[in-house]
Design a protein around this ligand. Structure first.
Ligand SMILES: *Cc1c(COP(=O)(O)O)cnc(C)c1O
Length: 381
């Protein structure tokens, strides 16, 4: 009976309003950069409490653009957590700089400010904090460290759009905040991303970077003249993607509310369940729940996780593991000399992690099915 279920860990919501927004944009005469891009940037920036938004064609491109805005160069070091998607660290490698991994807090799996402080050297240029699973990091502590050392603080907010810390929104907690609009995230443009910031200079640099390094400053002077001032990329997003983004954005608050409801149901059920624990909560943080992660406890967690994971998959649950610590990937070992033991907390946590289904279209009975199936899985190991 259970095998007929098919519940992924995340799924986008696309409705008639989205279809109309996209077809309207497609027939408007604009395909790539047009009025919807600017409108989308403004709306996301406003919603985030930031002055500027620069839309690009992925969250990864947004991270890359932020590193360019901060003028990261070969020889520079940027501190990143290991418990994230590789793109959070790759953006540093793109600049030929060195990602330096600072371990996470064992309860929240968010970057641990005390570990960040230990990794600061004269070469450190900044910190990329990652709001793992959707919970904002301790930006109060991180800001103190950044200010003390005169380095930048970026927020990889790919999981946390709509979250807040002490009533300050994600988007206002760092010098630049990055979002992804990949379909598995809170809202989608197919592929897409955005960088939001209060800093006009960063905004300007990121706009140039996403368009080959070409400045638009001369557009007013001549019809034909432009200057390529630096080496940039084509990271532009299309107008119809931004039309989709705008349409999605109008439903974001209700989607986040539903994610929180689902998380509360899970929390109630898992609080007392033997053999696992949900992730810890940071004081003052309002979680946006991109993911709902459980951490298996007890002996032989790695083996147990494999069995539980397989059982859940066999019973129609598209569970996932977020993440293999980035510093354990061969690329990082080979190129940056990272190794097992470098971030023991993340490595230890990784062995027991499972991301359960979490998306707004889940019905209460889906949530109950997940809980029941997890219970049965644990009973069998
Ligand atoms: C999804 C994600 C990214 C990359 O976003 P893309 O839009 O897929 O390029 C970066 N960081 C984190 C934490 C993510 O979850």
């Amino acid at each position: 009976m259970g095998a007929s279920k098919n519940i992924p860990y995340g799924r986008q919501c696309i409705d008639g309003q989205d279809l109309k927004a996209v077809t309207d944009a497609l027939t408007s005469g604009w395909l790539t950069t047009g009025p919807k891009v600017a409108e989308f940037e403004q709306t996301v920036a406003e919603m985030s409490g930031a002055a500027h938004g620069v839309a690009v064609n992925s969250g990864t491109a947004a991270l890359h653009a932020a590193m360019y805005a901060f003028d990261i160069k070969e020889g520079d070091e940027v501190i990143v957590p290991p418990m994230t998607f590789a793109a959070s660290a790759n953006c540093v490698a793109y600049m030929k700089a060195t990602p330096v991994f600072a371990d996470v807090d064992p309860e929240t799996l968010l970057i641990d400010p005390a570990e960040v402080e230990k990794k600061i050297t004269p070469r450190t240029r900044g910190i990329i904090a990652v709001d793992y699973a959707g919970q904002p990091c301790d930006y109060v502590a991180l800001r103190k460290i950044a200010d003390k050392h005169g380095i930048f603080l970026a927020a990889d907010g790919c999981h946390s759009i709509g979250g807040s810390l002490h009533d300050k929104k994600v988007g206002t907690l760092a010098d630049i905040t990055l979002y992804s609009f990949h379909p598995v995230k809170h809202m989608t443009t197919g592929e897409g991303g955005m960088a939001v910031t209060d800093n006009a200079e960063y905004d300007k640099r990121m706009r140039i970077f996403r368009n080959h390094g070409i400045t638009a400053d001369f557009r007013q002077r001549d019809g034909w003249f432009y200057e390529m001032q630096d080496l940039g990329f084509n990271y532009r997003i299309t107008d119809f993607q931004c039309a989709l983004g705008l349409s999605q954005l109008s439903r974001l608050p209700e989607w986040i509310a539903r994610r929180r409801e689902i998380a509360a149901m899970y929390d109630r059920e898992f609080a007392e369940m033997e053999g696992l624990s949900p992730l810890g909560k940071l004081d003052g943080a309002k979680h946006a729940y991109h993911l709902y992660v459980i951490n298996l406890q007890g002996e032989n967690r790695s083996e147990k996780r494999k069995q539980v994971f397989n059982y859940l998959r066999e019973h129609g649950l598209g569970v996932q593991v977020h993440y293999i610590p980035v510093h354990l990937h061969p690329y990082y070992k080979d190129n940056f000399g990272t190794h097992k033991g470098l971030c023991p907390v993340a490595e230890q946590a990784y062995e027991g992690l499972i991301s359960l289904p979490m998306f707004p279209l889940m019905e209460d009975e889906d949530v109950e099915y997940v809980v029941e199936t997890v219970k049965n899985a644990l009973a069998g190991v």
